[in-house]
Design a protein around this ligand. Sequence first.
Ligand code: SF4
Ligand code: F3S
Length: 106
Amino acid sequence: TFVVTENCIKCKYTDCVEVCPVDCFYEGPNFLVIDPDECIDCALCEPECPAEAIFSEDELPAGQEKFIELNAELSRDWPNITEQKAPPADAEEWDGKSDKLQYLEK
Ligand code: SF4
Ligand code: F3S
């Protein structure tokens, strides 16, 4: 399955949702997640993310392991998103910042 990781937080560009053939992205206030039970591993979303926040769970960067459980957990609570929307006004400022998990809104 594919996993949305830390750099999506406060960037939330939403390019990813447009290409998913099974519409398995779910939207929170400042982050998106993938439902691991619905993801068919097509890999289409990975290159679409301007923040490079999407990885196969087999190729997660060091320190991002906790996002496997966060995607599974939050996708059960958050609403589905299938259409791209405008990112936060300060998305570019946050792109690439470290330790963003503390800002995750649920
Ligand atoms: Fe959707 Fe494919 Fe990305 Fe899984 S890998 S979330 S099915 S676009
Ligand atoms: Fe997040 Fe990248 Fe999608 S920033 S919303 S995973 S395009």
